[in-house]
Design a protein around this ligand. Structure first.
Ligand code: IMP
Ligand code: MG
Length: 177
C-alpha cells in the first residue's frame, strides 16, 4: 500500500549520525573494558541503532531482542507496556545495555528498566539514539545519548511514521500537511 508522501526535512545528517555512533561505540568499549556486553534491542525502532552502534564496539557483544507495545494511541505511549517478544537469554548476572531509538515520555523505558532490574543483571544501562527531554513525564537515567532533539516527530535511523522511513540513514522531521 502506498503511503502518504509527507515532506521530510533533515534534522541530523547521515554524516553526523555515523560520526556520533563511532564516538559512542568507542566510549562504550572503554566503559565495558574486560566485560561482555549483552545488547538488548527494543524492536523495531532500536534495531538500526543497535546494529550500527555495534560496528564500533570492540569488546565482546551478544545481541538479544525484545518487543513491547504500549496501550494507547499511535504517537503517544501510555506507560502500560505489554511484552510481545521477550529476550531469549536469561539476563541474570550479565552486563545488560538496553538499546532504544528514542526516549519521549520515558514511560516505555522506565517500565523496561523495572522489568530488567527484577532479573538481577550484574549491571544495567540504557543507550538511546535520540532524546526528547522536553516531553519527559517519567524520570529515566539514560547512560548514552546519541543526540538531544527538540520536540518534533522524527523518522529515520530506525524510527517510523506508520511503519515507513525506518531505513533512512539520517534523522528527519516529518512535516504534516
Ligand atoms: P516513550 O515511552 O514515550 O518514551 O515512547 C518512546 C517510543 O515512542 C519510542 O520507542 C518510539 O517508538 C515512539 N516515538 C516517540 N517519539 C517518536 C518520534 O518522534 N518518531 C517516531 N517514533 C517516536
Ligand atoms: Mg521504540
Amino acid at each position: 500500500m502506498a503511503h502518504n508522501p509527507a515532506r521530510i526535512s533533515t534534522l541530523i545528517s547521515q554524516e553526523k549520525v555515523e560520526s556520533r555512533l563511532k564516538d559512542l561505540g568507542e566510549m562504550i568499549s572503554r566503559d565495558y573494558e574486560g566485560k561482555e556486553i549483552n545488547l538488548v534491542c527494543v524492536l523495531k525502532g532500536g534495531s538500526y541503532f543497535m546494529i550500527e552502534l555495534a560496528k564500533y564496539i570492540t569488546v565482546p557483544v551478544k545481541m538479544d531482542f525484545m518487543q513491547v507495545s504500549s496501550y494507547g494511541s499511535a504517537t503517544k505511549s501510555s506507560g502500560n507496556i505489554k511484552i510481545i517478544k521477550d529476550v531469549d537469554e536469561p539476563m541474570t548476572g550479565r552486563d545488560v545495555l538496553i538499546v532504544e531509538d528514542i526516549i519521549d515520555s520515558g514511560r516505555t523505558l522506565s517500565c523496561l528498566e523495572a522489568l530488567f532490574k527484577d532479573r538481577k543483571p550484574a549491571t544495567l544501562k540504557i543507550a538511546t539514539l535520540l532524546d526528547k527531554p522536553e516531553r519527559r513525564e517519567v524520570d529515566v537515567k539514560v547512560d548514552y545519548v546519541g543526540f538531544t532533539i527538540p520536540d518534533a516527530f522524527v523518522v529515520g535511523c530506525g524510527l517510523d511514521y506508520a511503519q515507513n522511513y525506518r531505513n533512512l540513514p539520517y534523522v528527519g522531521v516529518v512535516e504534516f500537511e
